[in-house]
Design a protein around this ligand. Structure first.
Ligand SMILES: Nc1ncnc2c1ncn2[C@@H]1O[C@H](COP(=O)(O)OP(=O)(O)OP(=O)(O)O)[C@@H](O)[C@H]1O
Ligand SMILES: [Mg+2]
Length: 278
């Protein structure tokens, strides 16, 4: 865990919300997916949002990204009400916030070759006029950062990569885009534990290198404890508890948090063979 203190008043507010609510459908089909949540995310923090399936995590993420409108409440970017009323302002906002989704495949246009995927990132950051050689160097650097070989990727399509390679390519994109905020909705769910650890490490390195804020969405409260500065616990669309990772997980107050912690597999108990009769 980093040394970002919860009560340090110097910290810069990067994304916050008041009374943020999302209601889907009407009448008997009405679902309150996100129910009146308040939050304050600070620059450079790693925030985990933890909750069971259906608790509203992805719905909140989509509102943060402005992919769906809020039903009620307000989202503030760097302390000011977010304005995405025009196409231009929306594009500007999306320069500041980027996402990695559960399904890496959905992030790519299948007809776009990998070099173009990476080149587009350089262009989005204003590098369109850079010399060709400089662009190649940037792409090579991004690939090295995630342990991919750029020359093996040129002229390939994203669907020609393995699941793990696709996810690393997503992180290479983030490396080039350098957003203020990265929203990661269980980016590692599709891959094996070993690649999962590597990718988490890459995300943490990226945060250390760029100072970006990472909002990490997960079911896994143990993982959240391991990587986060701040944790928000979500149950049925509400935040039942939030605070530093230590506060929330070592000293949980909500029954729901206690239950999530109890559900973490007890690996040590499982491997305690002293009771096994030989
Ligand atoms: N487009 C939609 N229309 C209607 N209901 C929806 C829609 N999207 C989500 N919901 C409902 O909102 C609730 C929250 O869903 P959401 O996808 O945000 O959960 P989640 O916490 O991301 O779950 P998971 O961990 O399984 O990804 C669920 O009851 C879901 O069925
Ligand atoms: Mg989800």
């Amino acid at each position: 865990m980093s040394n970002v203190g919860m009560h340090n008043k110097e910290r810069e507010l990067c994304l916050s919300g008041k009374g943020v609510t999302k209601v889907f459908g009407t009448g008997s089909k009405k679902v309150v997916a996100v129910d009146n949540v308040d939050f304050e995310f600070y620059q450079g923090e790693l925030i985990s949002i933890v909750g069971e399936s259906g608790s509203g995590k992805t719905t909140l993420a989509k509102m943060l990204l402005d992919l769906i409108p809020v039903t009620e409440g307000q989202i503030l970017f760097q302390g000011a009400p977010r304005d995405t009323s025009t196409h231009k302002k929306k594009k500007e906002y999306w320069r500041g916030i980027q996402a990695i989704f559960q399904d890496p495949f959905s992030a790519y246009n299948i007809f776009t070759k990998i070099d173009t995927v990476l080149l587009d990132c350089i262009h989005m950051r204003g590098g369109r006029r850079l010399p060709k050689q400089k662009k190649i160097e940037l792409m090579e650097e991004a690939c090295r950062f995630v342990n991919l070989e750029f020359h093996e990727l040129t002229n390939k399509y994203p669907f020609e990569l393995s699941g793990g390679q696709q996810q690393r390519l997503m992180i290479a994109r983030i490396f080039l885009l350098k957003p203020d905020i990265l929203l990661a909705d269980e980016p590692t769910s599709m891959i094996d534990a070993c690649s999962r650890a590597t990718i988490l490490d890459m995300l943490l390195n990226l945060r250390d290198e760029t100072g970006m804020t990472i909002i990490f969405i997960t079911h896994d409260i143990g993982l959240a404890y391991y990587i986060s500065d701040t944790v928000y616990i979500m149950e049925n669309g509400r935040f039942v508890e939030s605070g530093t990772a230590d506060e929330v997980i070592l000293n949980p107050k909500a029954e729901y948090t206690k239950r999530l912690i109890d559900d973490v597999p007890k690996i040590y108990e499982e491997w305690d063979l002293s009771t096994v009769e030989l």
